[in-house]
Design a protein. Sequence first.
Length: 348
Amino acid sequence: NNELDNYQNLIRFSAPIGTLLLLYPSCWSILLTSQGIPLQTIMLFGLGSFFMRSAGVIVNDLYDQDFDNKVKRTKSRPIADKSLSNKKAIIYLGANLTCALGILLTLNHPTILLGIMSLSLVFVYPLLKRVTYWPQAFLGLCMNYGMLMGCTQVTKYPRNTNNILECQEPQLSIYPSETFSFIKNNVMSFDINEAFSSLQYIDGKVVLPLFLAGISWTIFYDTIYAHQDKVDDEKLGLKSTALLFEDKTKPILLGLSFMTTINLALAGYFSLEAQFPYFIGLLLGQLHLLWQIKKVDFSNPYSCRDKFISNKYFALTILLSIIASKLVITYNSSNNEKIDKTDINNND
């Protein structure tokens, strides 16, 4: 049981906020760039987010063990306090990456390509706090990369991209042999040139502002998070936006909050045709970000942690507003079809 606890503590199993902050932006992208609500795709991205977040924190703890054992908040982490060996942690890292790869290979070819390209981000990010005051910006790339993958997974490609069409929807089964057969065929038919060329079909006017919104939001919440450790970080020679912004943090967070909301508004405008529920959600989301700025006490680590965790409510608000807007679109479309049929019958 003690060994199991170590593995659970290593991946922050009891603190799923990291998985949620990784998953929600992907869900925004999936829903904003798809027809309907593709539940199977969302489920796969949920599993993928769990395994990739787990892999990310293991890499982080392996790199930072000599720093973590000097910081009160992190010195009880399993690698830092030597309750779990580096060898076991690396094996567990391999297991999580293998599971993530298995999920990735059920997706279409452009998404597989982007997923493979993202692997370097996991290993580079933890090193950046040693060399730049902007590790939070790079974290923004990591945490929101799933937006790009979500978009490529649900994009409808032209008919000449046959391999992509064949694996557009994951063909999963309760029978492992059928799922393995699908993965094998998916891998065997992979064409890297076709996968690269298909990226041109990404809906840039939706995904670009969405991606920028995700990055500014990540800098927002991770700057709040970084204020927990700013005293220890400064002693250890580590860098962060919390140390860079210092007493200007709140005005900068205010700017980041508006950048986030404005870019989300642009993405929704181009995707959802300015549906009312989405913009109500954006208003509520912006008010939540303003509440965080007003209430956070940067001298109190517990206050910083609480406000950081509260960002799951911001993300959920945006997600629910997207779903509500899509339901409005579906309802209006259904009504229009009924009106058209009535007109045709009257003409007959």
